[in-house]
Design a protein around this ligand. Structure first.
Ligand code: G3P
Length: 223
């Protein structure tokens, strides 16, 4: 499963890229606004931080002609960019147009398998199923993800299921369990993936025992 960072903060992207396990980045208008920097400069800097990685950058127009113009502009900025398109009638129409032109797309704000089906049929590269916002209102966000993975596999669509709006590491576990292709998450949650109390306790015990035995790797004696 590919791991993406969901952020507009270049500092977070740089830190995560150093771990050697980052496959891409998703942004959205709220995350870019939060960054306090310009859209194009932020997206381009993120591209440079993750060589070869898929970097999603979202258009903001809502009528088809303006959406197409924005999509082609964003696409022109860098070959790593994936144009993020909202799940609307014009968004699906645009996804079809962009797919036919070989432009990669990420259809976002997907909450049902019906919406995912439309995105897949339009040729979406990524389908962003949001889970946290469903959980936030007492639903089971992962249900639509499970149905979407089953749909994509059953009908042989090329679209990749991207689990978005992740709130905690268990969403990543559930994404793995249902065979989703990508999980995108905030930096804080990405960091949480590394940690387990038994790992930290085990490392402490190793180091305490090593030090108590007075052992060294770089021996001072020439042997
Ligand atoms: O960027 C898309 C998605 O991951 C955002 O989800 O609910 O954290 O705003 P959310």
């Amino acid at each position: 499963m590919k791991l993406f960072l969901d952020t507009g903060d270049v500092r977070e992207v740089k830190a995560a890229a150093e771990w050697g396990v980052l496959d891409g980045v998703t942004t959205n208008p709220s995350l870019i606004a939060k960054s306090g920097r310009g859209f194009r400069e932020t997206v381009l800097e993120i591209c440079e931080c993750v060589p070869g990685g898929a970097i999603s950058a979202e258009l903001v127009a809502t009528d088809y002609d303006a959406m197409l113009k924005e999509a082609l502009e964003i696409h022109s900025w860098h070959e790593q960019i994936v144009v993020k398109v909202p799940m609307t009638e014009n968004g699906v129409r645009l996804t079809r147009t962009l797919s036919d032109r070989g432009v990669r797309t990420n259809v976002t704000l997907v909450f049902s398998v019906n919406q995912a089906l439309l995105a897949a049929k339009a040729g979406a590269t990524f389908i962003s199923n949001f889970v946290g916002r469903v959980d936030d209102i007492g639903g089971d966000g992962m249900q639509a993800v499970r149905e979407t993975v089953e749909m994509v596999e059953s009908y042989g669509f090329d679209s990749e299921v991207l689990v978005a709006s992740i709130r905690h590491p268990m969403h990543v576990v559930e994404s793995l369990r249902c065979g989703a292709h990508i999980a995108t998450m905030p930096f804080k949650i990405f960091q949480q993936l590394f940690h387990h109390p038994l790992s930290e306790a085990g490392l402490k015990r190793f180091l305490d025992d090593w030090n108590a035995a007075g052992l060294e790797i770089f021996s001072k004696a020439k042997v």
